[in-house]
Design a binder for this molecule. Structure first.
Ligand code: ZN
Length: 411
């Protein structure tokens, strides 16, 4: 199979560029990349060649933060974070007491994500062990690349969603043993956030993640009120709570990071932990706006996520667009479209330590998109990557490949 068109490739300085060329697949991987040549023989009518001069060949998008159980509450508007959790999120997550429902919800969610071009995710399940196990199984069956964690909560949430710390840690350990790191579908250690965890649970999570060398997912400093409550509950700064529990590692993904003081930022940079910027969720819940430039100057490595269901966008292109607009509203250094395309592909792959994903590279997994835009994006005197990002239409996605297999086709 050969995909031909305009290849979205890295430009070597944190951005992307388009180059004419073709990509040859061999089974599940990219076997060959040729630049400046549309196809070996020049047109898509040859059997086994798809794409063409009007197409983009793009690595599948990666979403570095979302909640698989929350697709049903996308659009539940009007409340700040802590009330939104109580009134919409926790009742929705309660439904995953039924593992069959969890499996079918996950299947639908993954189909929607793949349909929007997302082929890799870092995601939260719920506190339910069996539901999380089914969630991991479904991800494996669907062929997406995934980090998924059982949510760990033992306080400050409805009783039906809390479990004793020891039980949660045992359950998370067994998931990690069955789905170890570096597998295409791996379990992540996922304490929800400091407020819903005892110190015992946080420390146990840190210890488990170290033992298993697992990715850690949690939230940090999404709202001011949450930060104040963390200070009251633990008597220390937010990042210090995680640091003392052994949760700040280079494998740690921290959602949001809007209200971090200089000491927090320094601590995260020293640990090489990643902040996952979730601009659509932040605007939806009126949480505030993450100061991307300040974090990058620290320097803290950034990823980007939809944070469904507080985030209302399934398309990572639109999430990236919101990242640009957020920086513009703050009046700070505005990422270019080239950097935004990079952030939802190779940038997120790097933050998740997925070295064979998010980029067109020989030997990488063939998780690829063929996109046929309907607008004139190739005309002179304008940035094609900006035209494509701001003119984006999901209907342009023609084919989605997962591990070299055609997973979705809209022709
Ligand atoms: Zn979240």
């Amino acid at each position: 199979m050969i995909l031909t068109g305009h290849l979205l490739i890295e430009d070597g300085s944190g951005g992307c560029q388009l180059r004419t060329g073709h990509v040859k697949l061999d089974g599940e991987i990219i076997a060959e990349i040729s630049l400046d040549e549309l196809t070996p023989r020049g047109n898509r009518s040859i059997q086994g060649v798809i794409g063409g001069h009007d197409c983009l060949i793009c690595p599948g998008f990666i979403d570095a933060h979302l909640h698989l159980s929350q697709f049903g509450i996308i659009g539940a508007h009007g409340l700040p974070l802590l009330r939104w959790l109580e009134e919409f999120t926790f009742p929705e997550e309660n439904k995953w007491n039924d593992p069959e429902l969890a499996a079918s919800t996950t299947a639908t969610a993954l189909e929607e994500l793949v349909g929007h071009g997302t082929t890799g995710i870092a995601a939260y399940a719920t506190v339910h062990h069996e539901a999380t196990r089914r969630c991991l199984q479904v991800a494996e069956q669907k062929g997406v690349r995934a980090l998924i964690g059982q949510v760990l909560m033992d306080c400050n949430a409805p009783a039906s969603l809390c479990r004793p710390a020891a039980q949660l840690l045992n359950e998370a350990e067994s998931l990690g043993a069955k789905y170890p790191p570096n597998r295409r579908v791996a379990a992540a250690v996922t304490p929800r956030f400091a407020l819903s965890c005892s110190e015992e649970l946080l420390r146990g999570s840190g210890k488990l993640a170290t033992e298993q060398q697992a990715t850690i997912q949690t939230h940090i400093a999404e709202t001011k009120i949450e930060c104040q409550q963390v200070q009251r509950q633990f008597g220390k700064r937010y990042s210090q709570v995680y640091c003392d529990a052994g949760l700040l590692t280079e494998r740690t993904l921290l959602g949001h990071g809007i209200y971090l003081d200089p000491l927090d930022r320094q601590q995260l940079a020293t640990a090489n932990s990643k902040i996952v910027h979730c601009p659509t969720a932040n605007s939806f819940l009126r949480s505030g706006e993450m100061h991307r430039q300040t974090l990058m100057e620290e320097p803290i490595q950034l990823a980007i996520g939809s944070d469904i269901g507080a985030g209302y966008e399934r398309s990572m292109v639109r999430v990236a667009r919101e990242m640009i607009l957020t920086a513009a509203r703050l009046g700070t250094s505005v990422p270019s479209a080239s950097e935004a395309w990079y952030s939802i592909t190779a940038g997120n792959a790097d933050a998740l330590s997925w070295l064979d994903a998010g980029r067109l590279r020989v030997g990488a997994s063939a998780d690829l998109l063929i996109i046929r835009p309907s607008i004139d994006w190739q005309s002179a005197n304008s940035d094609p990557l900006s035209k494509l990002m701001f003119g984006w239409d999901d209907r342009w996605i023609q084919h989605v490949f997962l591990r070299g297999k055609l997973a979705r086709s809209y022709n």
